[in-house]
Ligand binder design. Structure first.
Ligand code: MTE
Length: 299
């Protein structure tokens, strides 16, 4: 179903898989006729839609290797049968849930979000999923809980990157509870209306569109409510370079590169750089979460 949270991004900004080639032709024809008036503000920012192929062939999923094409090559080995998610910590309904149980009764939505990696590339992705807040309400967050921690599955025999220990696995991430409850925060279960491809984090992964992509942890097997800021993988790896918050912020450089702009992934002609927006374009929705915080210190 369409969602008000898509903001200025619509299906005009995403290329449905089957219509991809067809639309390229339409767009090529439309450019001279003022394409901006067809797709509105998104095209006037010259956002180029991403194909299913882009989204599923250019990935970060270190459990399956560090190269961008490694996940597409290796993630078929991920075993998603009988997926279980352990829910624990400060919750009323702790226990082991199947994937279906966890999302049962929640409204699945389609959300077309900008997705900005800390490495200064970006895509536009049509996710399907449920609001994380719905899951949290279901598991009954206890008063006093302040953070949500997540862990990715570890299947050493199936994950070539785990064998090579390229990070300290399991991959871990976390959000402050108010960030986790924000309606933009999605537990994504698919893209383009199809079940989540393994390389994108099957069967379900987080999507936090105003934060750098590494916060959007894949293939989740544990959700823990806690009153302590949880340890997170990239912060553990290098705290100077990767903060707990990791809000997209063009004014706060990574120690080794600027975050002021990024490369928009997308075929050939349209592959280009564009300016990075504060909170990745979601400032109106989320800036108040950080009122009074020094964002260069809490990066
Ligand atoms: N989750 C796990 N478990 N392992 C990872 O290596 N990479 C993160 C994030 N989630 C990662 C992960 C990074 S750096 C990014 S940019 C996004 O996943 C990439 O998501 P995508 O491949 O669906 O575009």
């Amino acid at each position: 179903m369409a969602s008000r949270w898509n903001k200025d991004l619509t299906w005009n900004d995403v290329t449905p898989k089957a219509a991809f080639l067809n639309r390229r032709q339409i767009m090529a024809g439309a450019v001279g006729l003022g394409a901006a008036s067809i797709a509105g503000p998104a095209l006037s920012q010259e956002l180029e839609p991403n194909s299913f192929e882009d989204i599923t062939s250019y990935n970060n999923f270190y459990e399956f290797g560090t190269g961008k094409s490694d996940p597409a090559k290796n993630a078929h080995a991920l075993d998603t049968l009988d997926w279980k998610i352990t829910v624990d910590g400060m919750v009323d309904n702790a226990g082991e849930y199947t994937f279906a149980e966890l999302i049962e009764g929640l409204t699945e939505e389609e959300r077309i979000y900008r997705f900005r990696c800390v490495e200064a590339w970006a895509m536009i992705v049509p996710w399907n999923g449920v609001e994380l807040g719905g899951i949290l309400n279901k598991i009954g967050v206890q008063s006093g809980a302040k953070y949500v921690a997540f862990e990715t599955a570890v299947q050493p025999e199936n994950m070539i990157g785990v064998q090579r220990r390229v990070l300290d696995f399991p991959y871990r991430e976390g959000l402050r509870l108010d960030e986790a409850m924000h309606p933009l925060t999605l537990m994504a279960t698919g893209i383009y209306g199809e079940p989540m491809p393994n390389q994108n984090g099957a069967p379900m992964r987080l999507v936090v569109p105003w934060k750098y992509g590494f916060k959007s942890i894949k293939s989740i097997v544990r959700i823990t409510l806690t009153d302590q800021e949880p340890p997170t993988s990239w912060n553990m790896q290098n705290a100077r370079e990767y903060g707990f918050y990791s809000n997209v912020n063009p004014q706060v450089s990574h120690p080794r590169w600027s975050q002021a702009s990024h490369r928009l992934i997308g075929g050939g002609l349209f592959n280009r750089r564009e300016d990075t927006l504060m909170f990745n374009g979601y400032e109106t929705e989320v800036a108040s979460l950080y009122d009074g915080m020094d964002l260069s210190e809490k990066f």
